[in-house]
Design a protein around this ligand. Structure first.
Ligand SMILES: Nc1ncnc2c1ncn2[C@@H]1O[C@H](COP(=O)(O)OP(=O)(O)OP(=O)(O)O)[C@@H](O)[C@H]1O
Length: 313
């Protein structure tokens, strides 16, 4: 396993208003991975990123990046960290290429027009390089933010909701670009509201709510732990009670006996094969069915159920 590039221990942030935006967060990010931080509005995602990027002062806890304690050795780490914020705040009057080149210089890197061209071409911004940023569409502005962050060749890149408000086609383009960055060895932490984005891109996923990191796991392992298969079987004629032959399946009678509902599996495909077994058992027991609908839960379902559990606790 690659060693951690970023380590957060007991990281908390209480804003002057008294609001606890981060509550004792422990997290290790491995070199070269794509980590997705998923959470609803106000969960603390931007605060977490801000703490690592030096924009938010933590109330307690430690942050180590590249093996150094950030509180003691800030400059060394900062030059290696890139940030794509949620919103464009400056440079609206500047031409695209100037803003991106300036961003490189800001971190003390010598000018490299070839590299800037490469970045702008990869983001389909080369043709727009002379335009003022204010004249670009929303999606293009977001790409300028990414170009600025890439201009100083970060080893660790934060993308705060990189594809919010971006159309589906462009979003897929960005996913590809993020994949290319990973191939170059960049470690990426992204925040997102889009479950399919985490599902598509991430190696690991962390779920955050009200400042607490509820769960961190490999994406596949998370699906395995929490994934569920649901199958609804429409019966040809109603059943008064569950036949003994079906007792060992996780099934219930629903809709006054007109359908059976299976809820089981573990996200590894076990559910589907068990549903197949169930249909065989139905046939063997002489129970006819007219339709079957099988549904695998998505990360979104997992997210909703986790937040539900949290509220109940
Ligand atoms: N400067 C600040 N002063 C006071 N409270 C703040 C400040 N910044 C953020 N908060 C509060 O801290 C909590 C976490 O906010 P944060 O922006 O980190 O959430 P988020 O997960 O990034 O949300 P979103 O998905 O909406 O961007 C919210 O309740 C927010 O209102």
């Amino acid at each position: 396993m690659n060693e951690p590039i970023l380590e957060l221990h007991g990281l908390s942030k209480v804003y002057p208003s008294g609001l606890k935006a981060l509550d004792s967060v422990d997290l290790e990010i491995r070199q070269g991975e794509i980590f997705a931080l998923l959470g609803p509005n106000g969960a603390g995602k931007t605060t977490l990123i801000g703490a690592v990027c030096g924009l938010v002062r933590p109330t307690s806890g430690t942050i180590r990046a590249f093996g150094h304690d950030l509180a003691r050795n800030w400059r060394h780490a900062r030059a290696r960290i890139g940030l794509v914020p949620q919103e464009l705040s400056t440079d609206m009057f500047e031409p695209v290429i100037d803003a991106v080149s300036y961003s490189r210089g800001l971190f003390g890197y010598p000018p490299d027009p070839g590299r800037i061209e490469e970045i702008l071409r990869a983001l389909s911004l080369w043709d727009k390089r002379g335009e003022r940023i204010m004249a670009l569409s929303g999606g293009m502005k977001r790409r300028v933010l990414i170009a600025k962050a890439l201009a100083h060749e970060p080893d660790l890149l934060f993308l705060d909701e990189p594809t919010a408000g971006v159309d589906v086609e462009l979003r897929k383009g960005m996913w590809e670009l993020i994949g290319t960055m990973r191939e170059r060895g960049v470690t990426i932490i992204l925040t997102t509201h889009y479950i399919e984005e985490a599902e598509e891109m991430a190696d690991r996923v962390g779920i955050i709510n009200q400042g607490r990191l509820l769960m961190v796991d490999d994406k596949a392992a998370m699906m395995q732990r929490l994934g569920r298969t649901e199958a609804h079987i429409e019966l040809a004629s109603p059943l008064a009670e569950l036949p003994k032959a079906l007792a060992h399946f996780p099934v219930e009678i629903e809709q006054g006996g007109r359908s059976l509902c299976y809820r089981g599996g573990d996200g590894t495909g076990k559910g589907k094969s068990e549903v197949a077994e169930l249909t065989k058992a139905l046939t063997a027991a002489g129970i006819d069915y007219t339709g079957i609908d099988v549904h695998e839960s998505s990360l979104e379902d997992i997210f909703v159920s986790l937040l539900g559990e949290e509220e109940l606790a």
